[in-house]
Design a binder for this molecule. Structure first.
Ligand code: TYD
Length: 198
């Protein structure tokens, strides 16, 4: 089973993922962007305010393709529970928000376009936990360290996540990430335990 954690920056996602590591020691824990050289290229692009949003989408997607073949598919083939801190929904939400200011031919919807690219090769998550926090709180907590963390951008990202949840309500569970972190962690742990009992 593939479980992914998604949410805005500063939602407590990475802390929840670290707590899950202790609770589910047999599971495979992974994240996107990865630490491979593809992931390093992504980091380089994210640090560049002038990066081309379309080029950046393909860097993130290249990192995902490598992550799938090197980590995710082998772990799933072994029957492991795989828990990924960010995954394809991050591209659907974040890169669709970046592409909204850009130029896709023929009035294409950025979110649909990014989904279509993934549909050709990706492995969709079985369940996704969405750590729900408002864009203002997210930006404040994250300290706006990179261009994706600005409030206006996070508002668009948040709207995109809502579209994804509306489209697949059975895949997502929502956790209120404005609660104190220990409560967020407890809720996330309960959800993963419930998924694995099903
Ligand atoms: P990450 O290292 O997970 O940071 P955080 O711990 O704040 O979530 O992700 C770094 C940034 O990369 C984050 O602002 C979200 C962005 N991102 C994308 O825009 N697209 C993607 O596909 C992924 C995986 C991340």
């Amino acid at each position: 089973m593939l479980v992914t954690l998604e949410g805005l920056d500063g939602s407590g996602k990475t802390s929840a993922w670290e707590a899950l590591r202790e609770e589910f020691p047999e599971a495979v824990f992974t994240r996107e962007p990865t630490s491979s050289w593809y992931g390093e290229s992504v980091a380089r692009s994210m640090g560049d305010d002038d990066a081309n949003p379309l080029a950046e989408l393909f860097l993130f997607t290249a990192d995902h393709a490598d992550h799938l073949s090197r980590v995710v598919r082998p772990a799933l083939a072994d029957g492991s529970l795989v828990v990924s801190d960010r995954y394809s929904d991050s591209r659907f939400a974040y890169q669709a928000a970046s592409l909204a200011d850009s130029y896709l031919a023929g009035g294409r919807d950025p979110l649909e376009y990014v989904r279509e690219i993934h549909a050709a090769f990706s492995h969709p998550p079985d369940r996704t936990i969405y750590l729900d926090v408002d864009p203002e709180t997210a930006a404040e907590r994250a300290g706006a360290t990179n261009k994706f963390e600005r409030v206006a951008h996070l508002e668009r990202v948040s709207e995109n996540y809502e579209r994804l949840i509306d489209a697949e309500p059975e895949r997502f569970v929502r956790v209120d990430a404005t609660q104190p972190l220990p409560d967020v962690i407890a809720a996330v742990t309960e959800h993963v335990a419930a998924f694995t009992d099903d």
